[in-house]
Design a protein around this ligand. Structure first.
Ligand SMILES: [Zn+2]
Length: 404
């Protein structure tokens, strides 16, 4: 079947909704936390040298940047359709190239030439090394896109908070460029002490943060749902996390060749003004916001909250459908979704939050709702008589429904 035919069939079969296969991403710099429901014997299935599966990417048209030996499609979502007993798949990116206007609407496709965001779960055993994602001016120099990101900590995945449920953000207001430069100079002396210049905040299930590019952060060990711009650029500033030494290559992987020994250049990747902000938490911490009057929603059998908002670039909602309720939910924009609790149906699809997933196997927890289907309204039914059905929905830029 040609790509075009496949995409048409997938859209017809699902009435504007398509299903994804899980996209697992390994990382070498830290061990995985093991809480994303992937079977434990599959965590290192690509080989120890490729690292363990620390991330699962959703509705992704962007590849993971895991260095030499990384398959071209790592991190990218595949759309799947079932024909008799056989599964066929096509890259979400190719589907967008074939039928972008149908998937995400004319305006977004024209402006961004594709689906520019994705979301992920990440799940690390240790806190992630203190790092930042490049701003546009620095990303452009290495032919990449900037990476603003947001976090929401789904309660369903965080019964066990891990060993360090605190995140370091930004720099203490008295920090100077010379302080951080000295930390980089001490890279090969064990712990370079960069966290002495930052402050950790408790991170709490059911809350979140919005973090533009250029902000230093060392995310703690909660399982995190992370809507973000579709890019994988980063620079690390911390040389040691617990017993792990971080190779210097992680500092300069997205630094142009002629600046790789230029510590002043690396220091200037930091957005100093925003990192030194005295009111950092006030400006970046996010509590869920109800989509509309809660009494009205409850009467209809559901509750819906914005969990990522306050940026034009992406947004996310958490939808809870109560036991044995059937609802029809409209949105003004296309979205990807992941089911985090319960089971039922969504449009013509059976949906459920899996308990254990084998690597390479399909799930019923991830879909994409095209703009037409979203505007029309999606029928969602919770088939359980006891348990809530909970879904996280990730939207692209300029969703007109997002609160400021
Ligand atoms: Zn980050």
């Amino acid at each position: 079947m040609s790509k075009e035919k496949f995409v048409t069939k997938a859209l017809d079969d699902g009435a504007g909704i398509v299903k994804f296969a899980p996209s697992w991403v390994p990382r070498t710099f830290l061990p995985p936390g093991g809480r994303m429901k992937l079977a434990p014997q599959d965590l290192y299935t690509l080989g120890v040298e490729r690292g363990g599966f620390c991330e699962r990417w959703f509705a992704s048209a962007a590849p993971a940047d895991n260095g030499p030996g990384t398959p071209k499609d790592e991190g990218m979502s595949y759309i799947v359709i079932k024909e008799v007993s056989k599964f066929n798949e096509v890259l979400f990116k190719d589907a967008i190239d074939c039928a972008g206007e149908t998937f995400i609407g004319k305006a977004m496709f024209k402006k961004y030439k594709g689906w520019p965001i994705f979301s992920k779960f990440y799940d690390y055993l240790y806190a992630i090394p203190f790092h930042l994602h490049l701003k546009e001016e620095h990303a452009r120099k290495v032919g990449r896109q900037p990476k603003p990101e947001a976090y929401y900590f789904p309660p369903q995945l965080n019964a066990i908070p891990g060993r360090f449920p605190y995140t370091f953000f930004g720099l203490n207001p008295s920090t100077t460029k010379a302080d951080i430069k000295r930390c980089l100079q001490k890279w090969n002396e064990g712990d370079n002490g960069v966290l002495n210049y930052s402050k950790a905040y408790t991170i709490t299930p059911g809350t979140g943060w919005v973090i533009p590019a250029g902000i230093l952060h060392a995310p703690g060990t909660l399982v995190t749902y992370e809507p973000q711009w579709g890019s994988d650029v980063a620079s690390m500033y911390q040389s040691k996390v617990e017993d792990r030494l971080i190779p210097w290559n992680n500092v300069i992987k997205d630094v142009p060749k002629d600046h790789q020994n230029d510590l002043d250049y690396i220091i200037d990747l930091i957005d100093w003004e925003v990192n030194l902000d005295q009111k950092f938490k006030e400006h970046h911490y996010v509590e869920p916001k109800l989509v509309r009057n809660p009494k009205e929603m409850e009467k209809e059998g559901y509750i819906e909250k914005w969990v990522t908002y306050g940026t034009e670039l992406f947004s996310a909602k958490e939808l809870t459908v109560f036991p044995k309720k059937s609802v029809k939910i409209k949105d003004s924009a296309a979205y990807g979704l992941i089911v985090v609790q319960g089971h039922g149906t969504l449009g013509g699809f059976e949906i459920e939050s899996p308990t254990m997933i084998r690597y390479g196997e399909l799930t019923n927890d991830e879909l994409f709702v095209t703009i037409g289907a979203a505007k029309e309204g999606v029928k969602i039914e919770n088939k359980s008589s006891n348990e809530n059905l909970v879904i996280l929905k990730h939207f692209g830029p300029e969703n007109p429904d997002v609160p400021k």
